[in-house]
Design a protein around this ligand. Structure first.
Ligand SMILES: [Zn+2]
Ligand SMILES: [Zn+2]
Length: 337
């Protein structure tokens, strides 16, 4: 294996196991170093065991490069692959029925890889489509897309779709929900998008009555197709308490306005919690199982959401990712009209 290919594979697997970003960055730096040197030097150093003398090549990255050069296939990468496997549990059958992912980010906002790389990752795990849902403008910390940049992204999408067909990259956005429930994108742009995810990212601890009104206003907006990570809780690290709102009212609105509730598969979010998902099932809400991937390896996280959906009794017919792209687009546009 070429050292760069081995390092890229390592990054994919590290992202899959949600490794700390400094670790991933070390591997990205190592790629730059390998690319800046000639192959002979890499080979010589691999044999002599002197790769780590290079500035920016550490123990792990040096091991991956060395094993790639020497053709060792049961070392670091193999162990990392094994360790980062996403186990398929109760949701295995459902996972096999999933046709795409409706929430992921690219370098257009705060993702770590290009749209093309993200699409290739989705295709490689058997998806038929992925929706490009980068952040909207107000999320400046995530380099959210202005209207102008969204138009540029739509142009890139067209080119990529020509390249990737029959695999499809649908247009979309993760649009920020303002405090009054209005959206961070003009109607004439929302109209152009295939699938719109709307999420709360600010003032997470506002009073429950205000949060309920805010969410319901967004859910009722005919442009909104999916309600993203509804509670905004974080279950790892220092954690974050879920936002408070009247869940019965929120799910009633989702059912009424045909807006899908997202199962956000990110391991640190796992949103919504089981008891809320069970309530969504009682309301017979549509469900989207989305990874919210910010890197190619994270596209595999859908398996987590599939397990959860099955455990909470979600009807597979209500899961919009089991529909094909055409059906999905039709549903989303019927909502708008
Ligand atoms: Zn979000
Ligand atoms: Zn997101």
């Amino acid at each position: 294996m070429e050292p760069v290919v081995a390092l890229e594979r390592a990054i994919y697997l590290l992202d899959r196991e949600l490794a700390p970003s400094n670790k991933v960055r070390a591997f990205k730096n190592a790629i730059e170093i390998v690319e800046s040197l000639d192959g002979d030097e890499i080979e010589r150093r691999a044999h002599a065991g002197t790769l780590t003398e290079l500035v920016g090549v550490g123990k792990s990255t040096g091991t991956v490069i060395r094993e790639a050069v020497l053709g060792i296939d049961d070392g670091y990468l193999a162990a990392l692959d094994e360790r980062s496997q996403i186990p398929l549990g109760a949701g295995a059958e459902l996972r096999a029925a999933i046709k795409g992912d409706c929430h992921m980010h690219s370098t257009w906002s705060d993702g770590g890889a290009s749209l093309s790389t993200m699409a290739a990752a989705a295709r490689s795990i058997g998806h038929d489509y992925v929706v490009a849902t980068d952040h909207s403008a107000r999320l400046t910390i995530a380099h959210g897309l202005s209207e102008e940049r969204l138009v540029e992204q739509l142009e890139e999408l067209e080119q990529l779709n020509a390249e990737f067909a029959p695999f499809r990259i649908l247009s979309g956005m993760e649009v920020d929900i303002f405090e009054d429930g209005s959206l961070d994108l003009a109607d004439h742009m929302l109209e152009q998008l295939d699938v719109v995810v709307a999420s709360v990212h600010s003032k997470l601890s506002m009073p429950a009555a205000d949060m309920t009104r805010r969410m319901v206003t967004a859910i009722a907006n005919p442009h909104v197709d999916i309600l993203g990570h509804m509670t905004n809780r974080k279950v790892s690290g220092t954690g974050r308490a879920p936002s408070e709102f009247d869940a019965e009212v929120v799910f009633a609105a989702c059912a009424q306005f045909d807006t899908a509730v997202e199962i956000n598969c990110r391991p640190e979010r796992q949103d919504p919690p089981e008891e809320l998902l069970e309530l969504a099932v009682e309301w017979d809400c549509l469900i989207a199982i989305d990874t919210d991937a910010h890197a190619p390896g994270q596209i595999e996280w859908q398996a987590y959401g599939c397990d959860k959906a099955v455990q909470c009794g979600v009807n597979p017919d209500n899961i919009i990712n089991t529909w094909d792209a055409e059906e999905l687009i039709e549903w989303a546009s019927a909502k708008t009209s």
